[in-house]
Design a protein around this ligand. Structure first.
Ligand code: NAP
Length: 319
């Protein structure tokens, strides 16, 4: 049985990836950091089939130990301080976890299991203030947040380990992907949860910052499928994963309210305190390489995604 090692297994992507790998017959080992209140709800359906090991991206020894013990064939580095807004408030922590954390994963693999194939979670936030209408693997980076900067560092290091240490490393440059398992601080889930709470009488308003920003939003379960395909290629290279269409936050909110039979205008409030120090007005990905080489395409449409998230939050709020 082949073994996959996942950092960030308790997060949104980690949970979808773990389910898919278990279904595909992999032994799945997940690195989980110590917490007073361990957060395993996303892994409910596969918890008894996983091996969870204590460790932290800030502690390289814990990763070397885990890799030496379990000798994985595939390593997915999904762990990160992944929330852009927090990265302005905690830029050093973000650099340490999201940037240097990737360096520790790569070094740990080099020392403990250099034949393993590594997936590094890159981000469309690396493109930032791009001058190209659509971003692909050759688009220059212009990150606009400490998070984006940390991801650029991790991306270049992934490429560097591939070129200098001959490790099999890919950086997946994923555009925003959402689901009912998204953290509630992210705008899509904040919207779907607020809509559900308004529909059930628990909340009266939804406060948002800039609703004109446009993002290319896909479904997380589609995107984690692309990760595994990247590690199955003969030669490692980097891939953009995106739907190729972008929508404004306003569009997301309009559809979310409509999905609950509500009108957005009645409940939406503009809140200047939620504006970011530096915004990215628009991101839209060109996933041609992934579509051609990996045979990958997104299955879930934007409308289905919004409805899926609102439906799940309505069920949560009603239960
Ligand atoms: P997420 O839900 O925020 O999950 C982040 C994971 O990282 C959690 O499991 C968290 O553990 C773990 N983590 C944080 N700090 C850690 C540390 N010091 N040591 C070990 N683990 C740590 O993120 P996601 O949406 O699944 O995203 C997965 C990856 O893809 C991230 O690297 C993210 O930056 C990147 N990405 C995401 C998107 C997107 O739209 N979702 C787009 C592009 C790239 P706890 O549960 O203990 O907090």
């Amino acid at each position: 049985m082949k073994t996959a090692f996942i950092t960030g297994i308790t997060g949104q992507d980690g949970s979808f990836l773990a389910e898919q790998l278990v279904e595909d017959g992999w032994k799945v080992v997940g690195l989980v950091r110590r917490s007073a209140s361990r957060n395993l709800w996303r892994l409910r359906s596969v918890l008894d089939k996983l091996i969870l090991v204590d460790g932290d991206l800030l502690d390289m020894g814990s990763m070397i130990d885990a890799l030496k013990t379990h000798r994985p064939q595939h390593v997915y580095n999904l762990a990160a301080q992944s929330f852009v807004a927090t990265s302005w408030r905690q830029p050093l922590l973000t650099g340490d976890v999201t940037g240097l954390g990737a360096a520790r994963v790569l070094e740990s693999v080099r020392l403990a299991c250099p034949d393993a194939r590594v997936y590094q979670a890159g981000s469309s936030e690396m493109f930032g203030l791009s001058t190209q209408a659509r971003q692909n693997e050759t688009t220059p980076f212009h990150p606009r947040s400490p998070y984006g900067v940390a991801k650029v560092y991790a991306h270049h290091l992934a490429v560097n380990y591939r070129e200098s240490h001959k490790l099999y490393v890919v950086s997946g440059i994923l555009f925003n992907h959402e689901s009912e398992r998204r953290g509630v601080e992210f705008v899509t889930r904040k919207i779907s949860q607020s809509v559900a709470r308004i529909a059930t009488g628990k909340q009266t308003e939804l406060h948002l910052g800039d609703i004109n920003v446009r993002r290319d939003w896909g479904f997380a379960g589609d995107y984690t499928r692309a990760m595994t395909r990247m590690l199955e290629q003969d030669e490692p290279q980097d891939y953009v994963i995106a739907t190729g269409t972008n929508w404004s936050v306003r569009c997301f909110a309009e559809r979310a309210f409509a999905a609950a039979g509500l009108s957005m205008e009645q409940y939406l409030r503009h809140d200047p305190s939620l504006l970011r120090p530096a915004e990215i007005p628009s991101l839209c990905g060109d996933a041609t390489r992934a579509i051609t080489d990996l045979g990958w395409k997104p299955e879930c449409s934007f409308d289905e995604l919004v409805e899926r998230m609102v439906r799940a939050d309505l069920a949560r709020e009603r239960s």
